[in-house]
Design a protein around this ligand. Structure first.
Ligand code: ATP
Length: 247
């Protein structure tokens, strides 16, 4: 399938606070889009809105011709959108293979198919040596990759990653970068990624979308966005931005 994920004029409010304000963006199959912005700018809220965890006050989200805003998180997940969370969520007392297998079973795979799929994903994400270790025994980088394997077990068309490199050392980030780089072509997958590691974002993403105070302030290539005055201002504060512009 070659549907595009489209967010049109999405607005989310939390008791009067406008966490997302009329945000529009699209994500095509095989595309990697970086969602960046200062703390509290609405990035996680946008992922939560796409996956049905928070409702829209206005706007719409569509996957191809199908409107998905208003559906339950489970319906949206079964419809082809998987996510990871800022805090790793694994079953610590299960092995790596069991963690991935349960995600496939939750999607509706038979036990046999789920085991096969889990073994394949674990190999793809270079976790083969840890397949039968308990999740609790893994290092942080491996845990993050198991989480991505779990998200992929649902056979998504789109994968939304919330700070997958948080807390990783350089070697772990490099392995993550390698794993994510090959997924779009291999699986026809579109990826949206939030991360504060700008080096990772710049190397990985085809396009960037920048939020500040819930609004889109810039969108485009890494180079375009990096030079955008609003982006410099949002990240550095206005006084530093003026000094930066003058230098
Ligand atoms: N469930 C909620 N209830 C009330 N306010 C919320 C809720 N979720 C988010 N917010 C508020 O909405 C705003 C946007 O938060 P969000 O977590 O989307 O930002 P973010 O860009 O992902 O931040 P960070 O980079 O720190 O993770 C913040 O002011 C936050 O406090």
């Amino acid at each position: 399938m070659n549907a595009t994920l489209t967010v049109a004029g999405a607005t989310v409010e939390f008791s009067g606070l406008r966490a997302l304000d009329n945000v529009s963006l699209s994500l095509a199959p095989r595309e990697i889009v970086g969602l960046i912005g200062p703390n509290g700018s609405g990035k996680t809220t946008l992922i939560n809105a796409i996956t049905g965890q928070v409702p829209l006050a206005s706007g719409s989200i569509t996957l191809g011709e199908r409107t998905i805003s208003g559906l339950t998180p489970r319906q949206i997940a079964l419809g082809g959108i998987s996510r990871s969370f800022q805090i790793v969520r694994l079953f610590n007392n299960m092995t790596v293979v069991e963690n991935v297998e349960t995600a496939a079973i939750a999607r509706g795979d038979s036990l046999r198919d789920a085991r096969r799929k889990a073994e394949r994903l674990i190999e793809e994400l270079k976790l083969g040596a840890r397949a039968h270790d308990l999740a609790a025994a893994l290092n942080h980088g491996d845990k993050r990759r198991v989480e991505i394997a779990r998200a992929l077990a649902a056979d998504p068309q789109f994968l939304l990653l919330d700070e997958p490199a948080a807390g990783m050392n350089d070697a772990e980030t490099e392995r993550l970068l390698h794993a994510l780089t090959i997924l779009p072509a291999q699986r026809g997958l579109g990826i949206m990624i939030i991360d504060h590691d700008m080096a990772l974002i710049m190397r990985l993403c085809h396009r960037l979308h920048v939020l500040a105070s819930g609004k889109t302030i810039a969108a485009g290539s890494g180079d375009d966005v990096r030079r955008h005055p609003e982006v410099i201002k949002a990240y550095l504060g206005s006084a530093e931005a003026e000094a930066h512009a003058a230098s």
